[in-house]
Ligand binder design. Structure first.
Ligand SMILES: NC(=O)C1=CN([C@@H]2O[C@H](COP(=O)(O)OP(=O)(O)OC[C@H]3O[C@@H](n4cnc5c(N)ncnc54)[C@H](O)[C@@H]3O)[C@@H](O)[C@H]2O)C=CC1
Ligand SMILES: O=C(CO)COP(=O)(O)O
Length: 343
């Protein structure tokens, strides 16, 4: 028998963000099963009460149990957070099939896209669990800062008010605030797309550009990502919020961002392979730009920055060409939702 009144929650994925989310839930009174596949990390967490590999220096709350038992982690949990990189997301969702019951809330924390079929993570959840309440969280949420208890906020994107209310209650605390949005797709696309532009701003920093350049890049990035998202059915207003501007700014200015770091390293002359290898964690933007580039070309969506990044990462173009793409594109309007392009 399943008992969903038990104040139990599961976080599936023991990386930096999953661990940070688990710590908040635990401090808010949930018994949290933090599921991960690596037995050694599980043992280390049990003994040291710290995820030394992914979130070093952050003491884990006593209410967290690290486990490799997926079935027991899911059983009786009111809510499941799927917190693995996008390339592993479907595999994990499929492993949870047969263990999840229809009342359990399923939340993605993942900021990426699945190439085949161009699915977002919520599409994968919906396709696999059509009866479950589903949501995504996204926002300026650098895991290390959250682990340290620095004030920050996120967005719960869900069409289901029960999910929005539940997550606002469960994840809010004195340093973390949760805002609600019903435009789940927009919230999710904001999180996935901004990674592309964090790679670009990392490159711009490596090239030594100043604040005017960075501000121009970030603002035109917002124009480009919202143009793409709106073409997919998202609400442009979502991009004014934390999952749009908020996350874009945090990721594009912070050396804590893995995407920014990859861009910086390539800007300093490393190959993409060297930069990714040295990182040792996921930088979703590297794959996201690949998928977006092809999708935008197919659909005829104008994305000069993403196209320039694609050329640098995969076609051998010089990093300096990024500046060209910013300066030599077609004449455009500033805010196209106020004055349409070409008007
Ligand atoms: N780290 C951050 O600051 C934030 C990350 N995110 C997003 O959360 C997602 C996860 O990122 P992080 O936790 O940062 O990643 P990470 O690189 O820190 O860790 C990834 C974790 O997933 C596990 N994993 C990978 N494939 C797996 C599989 N097939 N089965 C089980 N576990 C698997 C790894 O063992 C590792 O524990 C990404 O999409 C990222 O964009 C979202 C907000 C903030
Ligand atoms: O999404 C993030 C912050 O909101 C984390 O960014 P990175 O994946 O680039 O580290």
């Amino acid at each position: 028998m399943t008992d969903l009144n038990s104040n139990k929650a599961a976080v599936l994925g023991g990386g930096s963000f999953g661990t940070a989310v688990a710590n908040i839930l635990a401090a808010n009174g949930f018994q949290v099963d933090l599921w991960m596949r690596n037995e050694k990390t599980i043992e280390d967490i049990k003994q040291e009460r710290e995820n030394k590999q992914y979130l070093p220096g952050v003491k884990l709350h006593d209410n967290i149990q690290a486990t490799g038992d997926l079935e027991s982690a899911i059983k009786d949990s009111q809510v499941l957070f799927y917190a693995v990189p996008s390339k592993s997301f479907r595999e994990l969702v499929e492993r949870t099939q047969g263990l999840v019951v229809p009342e359990q809330m399923l939340i993605s924390t993942t900021k990426g896209i699945e190439p085949e079929g161009f699915n977002l993570m919520s599409d994968i959840l919906k396709g696999t669990f059509p009866s479950n309440p589903i949501g995504v969280i996204s926002g300026p949420n650098l895991a290390k800062e959250i682990g340290q208890g620095q004030p920050a906020a996120t967005v719960i994107g869900s069409k289901d008010k029960r999910v929005r209310d539940f997550i606002q209650k469960s994840l809010s605390c004195n340093f973390f605030r949760v805002y609600a949005n019903a435009d789940m797709y927009g919230v999710e696309l904001g999180g996935a797309l901004k990674n592309i532009y964090a790679v670009i701003t990392g490159m711009a920093a490596a090239l030594g550009f100043g604040e005017n350049t960075k501000a121009t890049l970030i603002t035109r990035s917002l124009a480009e990502m919202s143009r793409f998202a709106v073409s997919q059915g998202a609400n442009p207003m979502t991009f004014l919020g934390l999952a749009g501007v908020g996350d874009l700014v945090a990721t594009c200015v912070s050396p804590l961002s893995r995407n920014y770091r990859v861009g910086y390293a390539v800007g300093k002359g490393e190959t993409l392979e060297q930069a990714v290898e040295a990182l040792g964690e996921v930088a979703e933007g590297v794959n996201t730009v690949r998928y977006i580039y092809h999708e935008a070309n197919e659909q005829g969506i104008y994305m000069p920055l993403a196209s320039a990044l694609y050329a640098v990462l995969f076609e051998g173009a010089e990093v300096s060409q990024l500046a060209n793409s910013l300066m030599t594109g077609e004449y455009n309007t500033d805010v196209e939702f106020s004055l349409p392009r070409g008007a």
